[in-house]
Design a protein around this ligand. Structure first.
Ligand code: FNR
Length: 370
């Protein structure tokens, strides 16, 4: 009997991850003007020490006005590169691949930190120095009561955002990232074009599925051109947006096929988040609640996929891979609970009994302890 699938390497283009576990993108709301600080380096570094094959940054803004909250990580300026380079250098030194998620928040921008209520930035936030900024979206409709009404992007505005994504890709390459992910889900700018619930445009960027997909495909094409062909490109989508008249799983399969044909290597299969809250995640909280989307997209679009959403331990992750439901296991909150998730999953699966995958300064002692 061979090694667990979870600990088999994953090769995409010119890079190989040591296992099938990736840290989910998770906004830390700690960046000042988009810059990495020591806290973020330590935060991400601990997951490399914890054995993850790939460590992904939080949603990183391609424009200052594309931030979700005031303290998002940024990649809208060359000045961000050196701080990010510290992160990628450290992750590599601990055997993990580094990945960056790039994002434009669209109409879901200028919001408070989750623990301040997730609402629009208000007087209390402004007193802290967190001022709102003008928003853009597919359509001039606010995400909810109290939120600013975004400006609908015109042709020139669209071109500027596409160029910003491409510039971000080149900066991410300079910063040493191995993998790049475009955030196309959760109601942010790209998702606002995809779903008919928000996109009521009458130009070539709206209307039928092809029209609504146009912006996402232009972004992915521009990014793929600027991102080295030796490096993998991921795309996160909301596989369904949860609205009865909204984006469907069948739409996701069509989009996944189109993305694959322009050089996207893996679809990160999330869901929901169309409005302010992630309604689907909140209403359907059972282990592996989004795995079925990964499974369907992988099968029907014939593309590599990542499964995410309450994947809680090694045996559950191994079963998902064994059933052919995903190529990559993406772990969010359980990794916040246990940064050593990957090492502990290996123990649970009877892999690495001698703690050889641990940092030697820990592993040497743990092997002696038995
Ligand atoms: C998230 N999530 C998220 N998703 C994303 O695409 N970009 C992001 O920056 C964030 N930020 C973020 C912060 C925090 C603290 C959490 C808990 C979540 C969603 C995340 O990547 C993941 O899809 C969900 O959390 C579901 O997976 P888990 O947590 O059940 O493993």
């Amino acid at each position: 009997e061979g090694a667990p699938l979870l600990f088999s390497p994953l090769t995409l283009r010119g890079v190989t991850a040591r296992n099938r576990l990736m840290l989910a993108p998770m906004n830390q709301h700690r960046a000042k003007d988009g810059f990495v600080d020591d806290g973020l380096l330590v935060h991400l570094g601990k997951f490399a020490l914890g054995g993850f094959g790939i460590v992904m940054t939080e949603a990183s803004a391609v424009l200052e006005t594309g931030r979700i909250g005031p303290a998002d990580l940024g990649i809208w300026s060359d000045a961000h590169i050196p701080g990010l380079k510290r992160v990628t250098t450290y992750l590599r030194s601990r055997g993990a691949l580094s990945a960056m998620q790039i994002c434009h928040g669209g109409r879901k921008g200028a919001i408070q930190r989750p623990w301040h209520g997730f609402g629009p930035l208000d007087q209390t936030d402004m007193a802290r120095g967190d001022n709102p900024w003008p928003l853009v979206s597919a359509t001039a409709e606010a995400v909810g009561p109290g939120h600013a009404t975004p400006e609908a992007l015109d042709r020139e505005g669209i071109d500027k955002v596409v160029a910003a994504f491409a510039d971000a890709a080149s900066r991410a390459d300079k910063a040493g990232f191995d993998i790049l992910e475009i955030h196309g889900g959760h109601g942010y700018l790209i998702a606002s074009f995809l779903t008919p619930v928000v996109n009521r445009r009458t130009d070539e960027y709206g209307g039928d599925l092809a029209g609504r997909m146009r912006f996402a495909l232009e972004v992915a094409t521009a990014v793929r051109r600027r991102w080295p062909s030796s490096k993998p490109l991921f795309f996160r989508m909301s596989s369904i947006d949860g609205h009865p008249a909204g984006w469907t799983l069948a739409d996701s399969v069509v989009l996944a096929r189109a993305l694959k044909s322009i050089g996207v290597d893996l679809i990160d299969c999330s869901s929901g988040g169309l409005r302010g809250s992630t309604a689907i995640e909140n209403s359907l909280r059972y282990p592996g609640y989004q795995v079925e989307y990964s499974s369907a997209i992988r099968r029907d679009a014939d593309v590599a996929t990542g499964a995410v959403g309450l994947i809680l331990d090694g045996p559950q992750a191994e079963a998902i891979l064994a059933a052919g439901q995903a190529d990559l296991i993406i772990v969010g909150r359980q990794a916040l609970y246990d940064p050593f998730f990957a090492h502990h999953a290996a123990q649970a699966l009877g892999h690495d009994p001698d703690f050889e995958n641990w940092d030697v300064s820990a592993g040497w002692w743990l092997a002696k302890r038995r």
